[in-house]
Write a protein that binds this ligand. Structure first.
Ligand SMILES: NC(=O)c1ccc[n+]([C@@H]2O[C@H](COP(=O)([O-])OP(=O)(O)OC[C@H]3O[C@@H](n4cnc5c(N)ncnc54)[C@H](OP(=O)(O)O)[C@@H]3O)[C@@H](O)[C@H]2O)c1
Length: 323
């Protein structure tokens, strides 16, 4: 019998329940996939709490790796036995097995283990699109990156180092600061005791940075604006601390700041482009420039505990569920 995490109402992590669910045969354009690992992402918290709406009851999760065990009619480029991962598609990754559209699957290279791949699909692809597409980095810049010891953060630290970028990363504790620096973050700011914008000005000789990647949102908005150079870019790519509300006049007074709120969905189409993004990411991993393993593992049945850890800022790097 197949098992999956489902929720019937939005709320705290207690709403996540392990249930028996039917597993059907794949239809046209679909495959049936047996998961080996499921990735937990902050966006799952937004869905669970209702910040991002979903029709309920619902499954949860959009990021996992596994093996294809059946293919439906018309699927030609994915085969039974293929190791694959995905980062988009219908909610429901928190499950032992599921039916998925074949056109969102990314084949995994032999040299990349399932454990590593489970940290790369959403998180590594996010680092790719932030640094290579949303505000492309050339190398030589100094950037401000919030939540540098997080799931996306640790990959971003290593990608920045690979690009020759000086990263100033924010973290909440000294332990997280040490982990971010070990992964390539050049300077860390411990937000529980340091003023972010003041430290950024010190590090940059008063100049500020050309770009801030801000996934924390509400709590860091002002510091992000105060850390930017005139005509700098605020990439508001998440709201872990709460939604961002901004009066656009402030963008003028802070220095004609550019603001974008990017969503992955607009940066991974068509499929050939998504596969090219993955190829670039895998290239860094296969060359040893990015080393990534889950830092926390929970049983699928303990998904609620994983959410409490992520929301409670107790995690570093990637968190996975073992089905
Ligand atoms: N736009 C996109 O396409 C896209 C795609 C993927 C991810 N994201 C966003 O990127 C961010 C990182 O995702 P992730 O899954 O890798 O999570 P994560 O970074 O592992 O976890 C979130 C981190 O944010 C920091 N944080 C600061 N204030 C917080 C608060 N009030 N509550 C909880 N955490 C807080 C914590 O680090 P410290 O304790 O060090 O402060 C925490 O560890 C999320 O905001 C996510 O929504 C966006």
């Amino acid at each position: 019998m197949n098992q999956a995490i489902r929720f019937h109402e939005t709320g705290n992590a207690d709403v996540l329940k392990l249930e028996h669910v039917e597993l059907r045969d794949p239809g046209p354009g679909e495959v049936r996939l047996r998961h080996s690992l499921i990735a937990v992402n902050f966006i799952d918290v937004y869905f669970r709490t209702g910040r991002y709406p979903l029709a309920l009851p619902s499954g949860l999760g959009s990021d996992a790796v596994g093996v294809v065990e059946a293919v439906g009619p018309g699927v030609t480029d994915i085969h039974v036995g293929d190791r694959v991962g995905y980062l988009i598609g219908p909610q429901g990754a928190y499950s032992r097995a599921r039916v998925m559209p074949a056109d969102v699957l990314i084949p995994l290279p032999d040299g990349i283990s399932d454990r590593t791949a489970a940290t790369l699909m959403m998180k590594g692809m996010t680092a790719q699109y932030l640094f290579r597409q949303v505000f492309p980095l050339q190398g030589g810049e100094t950037i401000l990156y919030h939540a540098a010891a997080g799931g996306v953060g640790l990959i971003a630290c290593q990608w920045a180092r690979a690009l020759g970028v000086t990263m100033i990363g924010t973290v909440s504790t000294d332990e997280k600061a040490a982990i971010a620096r070990a992964n390539g973050c050049t300077h860390t700011i411990v937000t529980s005791r340091e003023d972010i914008a003041r430290r950024v000005r010190e590090i940059t000789d008063g100049k500020g940075v050309p770009v801030v990647y801000d996934s924390v949102g509400k709590d860091t908005l002002q510091a992000s604006l105060d850390s930017l150079q005139p005509r700098g870019a605020l990439v508001s790519n998440g709201t872990s601390s709460g939604p961002v509300v901004i009066d656009t006049r402030e963008l003028a007074t802070k220095g004609s700041i550019w603001l974008t709120r990017p969503a992955m969905a607009h940066y991974i189409h068509p499929r050939a482009h998504m596969l090219a993004m993955a190829e670039e990411l895998f290239g860094h991993v296969l060359a040893g420039r990015i080393v990534s393993e889950p830092q926390q593992s929970f049983a699928l049945a303990d998904a609620a505990e994983a959410h409490r850890a992520l929301e409670g800022r107790k995690t570093t790097g990637a968190t996975v569920l073992v089905p």
